[in-house]
Design a protein around this ligand. Structure first.
Ligand SMILES: [Zn+2]
Length: 616
């Protein structure tokens, strides 16, 4: 058949009409079917919501618990004339609210039929109890208990995540698992462990009489099903330490992470500013404030921010240098305020010269690491500069950099470690040399890593050469963790070389003021803290303050990384913060002599230094 324009138009019109008719038909039929199901079914299923699993800290303290709240349910067809004033007073709602709701139920009465719907969500227990006493005056209304989240500690808002009611999209995405009115974890641990935490719904079956009134329990409740509560989850977090970490990071932008090196368990993970737990409990109310906050409290910097690591990265380059034999611990290099190449100079601060390897760490000499990187790339041992570059990249990646570490945190990012491919693309093949990429030697340039990468580096140093993939869920009977969290990941550097690096980190902290050590501020008597400062250059404002440390030197219990945006020198903010957290964990308090430092940190406010986009 030949289709001319007119015919095409006609076919188009007919198709449109057919679709319309089909749609009308389906609305009619489906609605009727709905009516049949809801009106003539003599059995009524009342959902029983399970208690969600509790989230504990590593010592059994409750981080997230449950409290009972009530939804006020209404079966509009059973409602009789009632005293609106008493109703409103008891429930604490306005008359206008009730009038609007009742008008809505009248408007949709056909669709609602004999169904029961939620009128008011999450009434506090006291309010509902007031209502229960007078409930006999209000036929057609009843309460349905459900557990909502409660947070005994103001700790770990971002980590824990929030729970909220499922919407149509969510129900569709998880076909058959949820229905309207259910709650589910949306972020953090609540989302990552939704399957274990949610439990299984139950139901009561009620019987209607011929006039559709609910009469009795069906078969005396024998066919009812109890709800099964969700599994409890134990996290690796230390609630007290997490809370203290949040206080230290108050009014600062950045991250503070502590890991137990011998297990890879994350003790503390603070992204600041974070989400207050009071907001989590009532996320709907605060959601807009949170997403429009210019400091982005929802953005979890610990695993999602990518920064240059700064000088703490010298430790990695030093280890590679030792392994590759380009230096020995006795290698001395000169430094006169920096490293000269051609007409250029990569600057350094004033310190004694020349320095050996441990001193280069202790005093954080930039020149020393320029020598190492240049030698690594140019000595020909691994082939061309490009091949040497890729070997270097391989080494760095064996420390966990440049990829997702594979923690059990859902939103972790991988950061970036450049290789020859990247520089060939930027400068062309043969268009770059060691001095082009010299800033990699001091952790600047194109390197990007998350604060979690730095904490993991610190744990690797504490372990003298290997790390366990960092994680926040503790292995327990109910909730098993993957075997990969129990495996050691070795770097490509031998254990023997780590001792020299640790010697330098020890001296950076414990040599005393005036010695040239950059981290004296972090020293705590008797704790043998080993640390390294970093000051990451920031083209957008003040430098970022970085510090990693672990303690004690032998058999370390804690490895910490602090990254404070616009905090200036590593010793200014990051070192005090990380060392206070370490001291608190190991001794349970802060020594008298360090109280002024603690006060300074707790009251310090750096928010004005951080450039943010404010909404107009
Ligand atoms: Zn120097």
């Amino acid at each position: 058949m030949k289709l001319n324009r007119q015919n095409k138009l006609l076919i188009g019109l007919c198709t449109a009409a057919a679709i319309l008719i089909a749609k009308l038909f389906s609305i009619q039929i489906i609605d009727d079917k709905y009516k049949l199901a809801s009106e003539n079914n003599s059995l009524v299923y009342n959902t029983i919501y399970p208690n969600r699993g509790i989230i504990n800290d590593r010592n059994g303290k409750i981080l997230v618990g449950n409290k009972v709240a009530y939804d006020l349910m209404i079966t509009p067809r059973e409602v009789e004339e009632f005293d609106t004033l008493t109703f409103c007073n008891v429930l604490g709602v306005s008359q206008e609210f009730v009038r609007e709701k009742m008008a809505e139920y009248r408007k949709f009465r056909t669709r609602i039929g004999w169904r029961t719907v939620v009128m008011i969500k999450q009434l506090p227990q006291e309010t509902y109890m007031r209502f229960a006493e007078v409930a006999y005056k209000f036929p057609g209304f009843r309460g349905q208990s459900r557990s909502i989240r409660e947070y005994p500690y103001n700790a770990g808002g971002n980590l824990l995540g929030y729970v909220s009611e499922v919407d149509a999209d969510f129900i569709k995405k998880h076909e058959g698992e949820y229905s309207s009115g259910d709650y589910a974890g949306k972020t953090g641990i609540e989302a990552a462990r939704e399957k274990e935490l949610r439990g299984v719904k139950g139901y009561n079956i009620m019987l209607r009489d011929s006039r559709n009134k609910i009469m009795s329990r069906y078969q005396n409740g024998e066919m009812d099903m109890e709800a099964t509560p969700g599994d409890h989850i134990t996290t690796t977090i230390d609630a007290e330490l997490q809370h203290y970490g949040q206080m230290l990071m108050n009014n600062k932008v950045g991250s503070l992470i502590a890991i137990e090196p011998s297990t890879g368990e994350i003790l503390t993970m603070v992204s600041s500013p974070g989400i207050d737990v009071d907001m989590l409990a009532d996320i709907g109310k605060y959601y807009n404030d949170i997403v429009t906050d210019p400091y982005k409290p929802m953005f979890n910097r610990t695993v999602q921010a990518s920064y240059p690591p700064g000088s703490v990265f010298k430790l990695v380059n030093g280890l590679i240098g030792l392994q590759e034999g380009v230096i020995t611990p006795n290698t001395h290099y000169p430094c006169s305020m920096g490293y000269k190449f051609g007409k250029n100079k990569l600057g350094c601060h004033a310190h004694k010269s020349p320095v050996d390897f441990e001193e280069s760490i202790m005093m954080s000499c930039n020149a020393y690491y320029c020598y190492i990187l240049r030698d690594l790339l140019e000595n020909g041992k691994n082939g061309t500069i490009a091949e040497s570059m890729d070997k270097w990249k391989q080494y760095v990646e064996s420390f966990g950099f440049g990829k997702k570490l594979g923690s059990d945190f859902p939103s972790e990012l991988g950061g970036f470690i450049p290789g020859s491919k990247y520089y060939n693309k930027v400068y062309g093949k043969g268009g770059w040399k060691a001095t082009t990429v010299i800033s990699l030697s001091i952790g600047q340039g194109e390197i990007g890593c998350t604060p979690l990468h730095l904490a993991n580096l610190c744990a690797t140093l504490a372990n003298r050469g290997y790390y366990y993939t960092p994680h926040i869920i503790k292995d327990s009977e109910n909730v098993k963790i993957d075997d990969r969290f129990k495996e050691r990941n070795y770097t490509m550097v031998d254990t023997t070389h780590f001792h020299k690096v640790i010697g330098g980190m020890y001296r950076a902290v414990n040599s005393g003021y005036g010695s040239g050590g950059t981290a004296s501020v972090a020293a705590v008597e008797g704790l043998d803290i080993c640390g390294k400062t970093g000051t990451a250059q920031n083209p957008h404002g003040d430098d970022h303050s970085v510090f990693i440390c672990f303690a004690p030197k032998d058999n370390p219990k804690i490895a910490v990384a602090a990254y404070v945006e616009n905090g200036g020198f590593g010793a200014s903010w990051a070192a005090p913060i990380a060392s206070l957290l370490t001291e608190m964990y190991l001794t349970g308090g802060i020594s008298q002599g360090r109280k002024p430092l603690e006060d300074k940190v707790l009251n310090g406010n750096l928010l004005h230094k951080v450039k943010v986009k404010t909404k107009k």
